[in-house]
Design a protein around this ligand. Sequence first.
Ligand code: HEC
Ligand code: HEC
Length: 368
Amino acid sequence: MPGNGSGSGVNPECVDLTDIVFNPTTKQIALPISYQPIVQPIDNEMTDQGVELGRFLFFDPILSADSTKSCGSCHGLDGYYTDNLAVSPGIDGIVGTRSAMPLVDLVYAENAKQGLFWDGRVQTLEEQALLPVEDPIELHDTWDNVEEKLKRSERYPRMFREAFGIRENCDITRELASKAIAQFERSLINLGNSEYDNVVIRQIGFFSSESAQRGFQFFFDEDDGDFVPDAECGHCHSPPLFTDNSFRNNGLTFFTDETALNIDDLGRYLATNDPNDIGHFRVPSLRNIEFTAPYMHDGRFETLEEVMDHYICGVQQSPTLDVLITNHCDPNDTFRFIDEQGKQDIIAFLKTLSDTTFFDNPAYQSPF
Ligand code: HEC
Ligand code: HEC
């Protein structure tokens, strides 16, 4: 490291970094053709250097008290940025009550300005990235300590210099670390190479099975000549993201006005204090849903079969239940009834949303 503090040094303990070139380059992101342009904060636009620093920080256990876990432990590429657990243990082995969320296409959730997390209680990715480090059931360190570790490390002073132009290692702050992590997270965008994208968006070829084609009709209430009952899925899980990033109650928990405040997880109410939001959770994207089991905010369903059993015959009544959610198991109700074949058709369609090219992209992989 050049300089060793001489010249710039207010604090002789600090190392001067100004010999290292600071010339950040704008990160180019190729969005799938059906996706809207993204909006980034003007004071933290993605650069190649910032995203790269964020990728290192995201996967580096240096952010945890005992150097055993990173963000990537609960949001790893193998599970499409979730951990395939119902609830996730932090460094002390204590588990939370909610399932880790896949972090892909997250910039759109942020742009929708309804809030992040299952309940929407945090607004920006910069703000969010500060939380896990000190959370006792996640990385359980302190930012003071993490800042010290980053300043003293071999790797990071140079990377913070290249990304943010800091003058000396002592200028490394939690705010800059969270900015870099947020840049990396915003860069996690689908590539649009699924069977669905090919058939429906690019109009190349047909679904690989008739079952998936029928599932598509169920999902979007499309008729195509043959009558297909409405499953209503596409209203909330709307393309191209397969979520409208709204918060809704899809009928997982039974409650009445009297028992509403006793349910295990009050959902969006925790963020808004509005009783109409009790039991509302953010609509998750269904892209790559095949790889992100278990499902729902508490990971209660192991398989897509179980998810479908819920939507077909397991809907629980409550005052905040969404109007689009009803059971589909009454054979006399021809507009709604979904039989076993229909259930398999919808699952076949959901699997057309899989895109394994996402996993092969080095930009999304851990650098370690
Ligand atoms: C111990 C497991 C664990 C670790 C470690 C962890 N997370 Fe999470 N993450 C979760 C869980 C669980 C949720 C859902 C929490 C909720 O909704 O209350 C979540 C939610 C999120 C969200 C919100 C996603 C959305 O769609 O709204 C972001 C962003 C996120 N985590 C980023 C990070 C970052 C960055 C780190 C590292 C600094 C990190 N996480 C570390 C478990 C973890
Ligand atoms: C009223 C809006 C709405 C409709 C209609 C709807 N969903 Fe959902 N869906 C949600 C919400 C909200 C969640 C998250 C609920 C939670 O975890 O508490 C969810 C969760 C899911 C999940 C789990 C995702 C994950 O990452 O855990 C799957 C799979 C799913 N829905 C598929 C479907 C299918 C298939 C249909 C049609 C049969 C459908 N949904 C209809 C709102 C809806």
